[in-house]
Write a protein that binds this ligand. Structure first.
Ligand code: SAH
Ligand code: SF4
Ligand code: F3S
Length: 494
């Protein structure tokens, strides 16, 4: 599937292929004709700018969009005064939505200066019907709108837009098929995200992701392995396996009559098995994954992480809250005690592991005592890093209609206390690496001082050390000399 496709061999005057991904390659080939005409008219190739909001899934989707536009012959720019502007949106919290509307105002001004500019919106927020309605009615200068299930159709949607000159909106309820083997353009050529599954079936009561990303679907292990082998051949050393709940990878469901029915399947590949398979790919040096749901984390996973050197000693294990009462209302399906037990098991099997988390404050009905349980959990676990969020009401989720929504001032005070504590603990935790020698994969030249480079250890610790751009993409041994709060100044071993 990942063989090179030669666009020159596609006859765009022949009939449209019905099968994917060939249908999309046909539209990409057609897009190249548009690029040629554009260049003749304007004296330069069309420039595109993609802004990504949200999580790693969205960032990876943006790489797919960049791949499609790049293959068409468009050029990437970071300047929003471009010929094609795409916002890949997130809707996990209300402020993510607000940010988009702010940006759209700015785009209107840019489009007034360049009326030929193509404005596209895509991603999670577009899966909400009230958003697309608003765009249709009030944001007429937005040209193309699509959702999370048809990212791969960008070239086709552009074609429809060129043919009709009308606002083109296509939102699918659920993926009809998972289209593989389309181009991707990575930010770094030595590391890459790899989707192993899409969607989510957990329905945590606060969360909108299952509604905008659809039902959980695992990719076939053969397809994942093909992709990773292809990435390794092209120089990728680090892969990040992506899914909303990677620990339930491989489960098979029947969604046919609207219910979610789990079909037990003895031959399914589990997540730890998949990890072991990925470890066998020559050229892949580091394997990360995101995100682990505590309810599905197995002993097998802990043992595979402990025994395979290539798997980074870092686990992101979102806890959300410390109170078992609140966890139940969140539908997280674990208790505080179970979570603490997991952390103990992980740490006793993989002693130096870095554990990070997501925590939310202000879930409906959260009392002072519930919040103290969260503070207590934070003291006991001592996270290496914790992403803290204020609960945000998402229309359509069960929590949005729960009683006892918490007063904003109370939440702010709790949030402040939590943030201060998690930051102090993270700083103290980081110090334990001081003086240790770790392998660092170099990512960039330091933005402030170009005699330094920046990279990460397997534990995801950021390290700056003397070096030049030739080191980018290389793994080098570095002494973590001095802890500077959230990062290290290191020294490369000779
Ligand atoms: N699938 C991942 C989480 C994806 S969303 C998991 O279950 O761990 C990333 C984070 O956003 C969540 O962990 C949660 O802390 C936060 N989040 C999700 N919905 C939210 C909401 N309504 N308000 C505030 N934070 C939210
Ligand atoms: Fe949202 Fe829960 Fe699914 Fe994570 S597991 S994406 S928090 S519903
Ligand atoms: Fe946001 Fe969608 Fe990710 S809602 S957090 S971009 S899955």
């Amino acid at each position: 599937m990942y063989n090179e496709i030669n666009l020159d061999k596609i006859d765009i005057n022949s009939t449209l292929p019905t099968e994917e991904p060939f249908r999309q390659y046909y539209f990409i080939a057609k897009g190249r004709e548009w690029v040629k005409t554009f260049q003749q008219k304007n004296g330069h190739l069309p420039k595109f700018c993609i802004t990504t909001f949200g999580c790693q899934m969205n960032a990876h989707d943006s790489e797919k969009l960049k791949g499609i536009l790049g293959m068409m012959g468009c050029e990437e720019t970071e300047d929003e005064a471009a010929d094609i502007v795409i916002y890949n949106t997130c809707t996990v919290r209300e402020n993510a939505n607000q940010k988009l509307y702010g940006h759209l105002g700015h785009l209107k001004n840019l489009k007034a200066k360049n009326p030929d500019m193509i404005v596209c919106l895509c991603g999670c927020m577009m899966q909400e019907p009230h958003v697309t309605e608003l765009i249709r009615e009030k944001y007429k200068y937005v040209d193309i709108v699509f959702g999370t299930h048809n990212i791969y159709k960008l070239a086709e949607l552009m074609h429809i837009y060129f043919a009709t000159s009308k606002q083109t909106i296509e939102i699918l309820e659920q993926s009809a098929e998972t289209v593989e083997a389309l181009p991707q353009k990575r930010k770094y050529n030595f590391k890459s995200g790899v989707n192993i599954m899409y969607g989510c079936n957990n329905f945590c009561t606060y969360c909108i992701v299952p509604y905008v990303r659809g039902r959980e679907r695992s990719r076939r292990p053969e397809d994942i392995m093909d992709e990773i082998r292809m990435l390794a051949k092209s120089g990728v050393k680090e892969v990040m396996l992506l899914g909303q709940n990677v620990n339930s990878y491989g489960k098979i469901y029947d969604y046919s009559d609207g219910k979610i029915v789990h079909i037990p399947h003895e031959e399914r590949t589990t997540f730890p098995e998949l990890l072991k398979m990925v470890c066998g790919v020559p050229g892949i040096e580091r394997i990360r994954f995101m995100t682990s749901h505590p309810k599905d984390l197995s002993d097998e996973l802990i043992h595979v992480m402990a025994s395979e050197d290539k798997i980074c000693k870092h686990i992101h294990l979102p806890v959300q809250a410390g109170s078992s009462r609140i966890l139940e209302k969140m539908n997280r399906r674990y208790t505080k005690e179970h979570y603490l037990g997991l952390v103990d098991k992980i740490r006793s099997t993989i002693p130096d592991i870095s554990i990070t988390t997501d925590i939310m404050v202000g879930f409906p009905g959260e009392t002072e005592e519930d919040f103290e349980e969260t503070m207590d959990l934070v003291e006991r676990v001592r996270y290496d890093q914790a992403f803290t969020f204020i609960y945000s009401k998402r229309t359509g989720t069960p929590a949005a209609s729960m009683e006892n929504q918490i007063d904003a001032d109370v939440v702010k005070r709790r949030f402040g206390r939590l943030l201060e504590r998690v930051n102090i603990i993270a700083g103290e935790q980081l110090k334990r690496y001081e003086g240790k020698i770790k392998d660092v994969l170099v990512e960039d030249v330091n933005a402030q001082d170009d005699t330094f480079v920046t990279g990460r250890t397997g534990e995801n610790v950021t390290v700056h050390f003397k070096g030049s751009k030739e080191l980018i993409g290389q793994t080098v041994a570095v002494n973590l000399k001095e802890c500077k709060g959230f990062y290290f100044i290191g020294e490369q071993l000779q």
